[in-house]
Ligand binder design. Sequence first.
Ligand code: GLA
Length: 508
Amino acid sequence: MTTRTFTTRRTAPAVFAGVAGILLAISLTSCKSQPNLTGNWAATGKTLENGEQQKALLQLKQEGSQLSGTVRGLGFQTDVKGTVNGSHFELFGVDWNDKKPFLVGDLVDGKIEGTEWGEKFSAKPATPADDFPKEAYIEPPPLHPVPYNGLAKTPPMGWNSWNLFAEKVDDKTVRTMADAMVSSGMRDAGYIYVNIDDTWEGVRDASGVLATNHKFPDMKGLADYVHSKGLKIGIYSSPGPRTCGGYPASYGHEEQDAKMFAAWGIDYLKYDWCSASTIYKDAQLQPVYQKMGEALHATGRPIVYSLCEYGLGSVEKWAPQVDGNLWRTTGDIRDEWDSMMDNIDKQVPTAPYAGPGHWNDPDMLEVGNGHMSDDEYRTHMSLWALTAAPLLAGNDIRTMTDTTRSILLNKEVIAIDQDPLGKQASPVKAGKLETWIKPLKDGSVAVGVVNLDAASATAAIKASDLPVKGTVKSARDLWTHQPVKFADGQYSTTIPSHGILLLRVSAR
Ligand code: GLA
């Protein structure tokens, strides 16, 4: 097992990032020389794509230079901690393990000006009128199993808008991305789903129908277009009243939304916990997710059901019972080595629960987004394949480089991910060289050796350590696409820093 340890980033919807102009609400107890942030602040951020205004409430307590409290946005809430230096303060999510503060601000003349995930906001002392509307509590249904939809026999593959485009995704982007999925060869390599993430939502009308916003003028037309390319289309919502980005979500409208998605021709739903945490406890995740699972089932349309709950509530133990085809095992991935490795580590304990129809999801791919080296991206792709993770590209398929293309379209690596046996690899050897082994349907094994060190290192794989029956008959390096020879029962090679050796080994 790996010896690396990480703190769990419990509810770290990166979503807050691009979308949340935050709102803080604070009541200020200030003295002239030393401003104090203690109190409640109402913050106003940018105008959302549906015309509504991003808001947040900040409850803070300052003790000397230390700051603590809670930040509640439309779509999320988190306990925070941070520091104050003069009029300047910085806040971190308590459970998020982030290196940089997500919210910074300055208290000047009784008001706060700041940024939250890079988006500007301003805040004033809060009044009761600033509080968010109270949502009536809806009891989730009693537990019972939802029948399996028969989908995702191998881990879902496709593209998702969030990692690169966030709130900038629109109809044109999706259409041109669908075109590129075909022209680049992604579709034919198995990347079938084109998934629209958060920020497509408009507002709900009096009869409860949720409109799209100006970026998606004709969702049915868009779905038809994506289908005409031999692809499938996915969409996004939340079991809470608001998505992580602060847009209206499916709370109390599950059946209505599921029917609308089916009528549009939607093939995949990512359902993101977000503001459901302001209404329900983690212990209620299963019945809450069951509600949408049943609503999707009732439409009669085959819709892949993707649970996005950041690994909360031992999801892997019950997700198949709500007809979840995949479920997140982690907080949001960032395009950084540490974040990627952190996510794959959180995937490890859930290995026994992966199998045809039901997959652990360490979040979408960052390959090609520019902040990891090519070796790191090859490791990223290989580890996702070894752990039978969904392969949802998160880059711009229209403009990807040849190297990115060679990583995402490596058919020998994709075959490891899509192996019909559906076993998830586990790390079997820790240290600077970490070995992962995945049994495959034809009796061969995939072996990955990751070099975690800052310098290149030599790996020696012993045939006797591999769970294959008999002696090694053939072995292939899946990145060089060359056969490799086990001499005297061993294969040795040099692996660059943060690179991977990925072999497929057969025996007789
Ligand atoms: C959460 C999810 C992300 C993304 C955003 C959208 O952070 O974990 O994958 O869907 O919400 O708001």
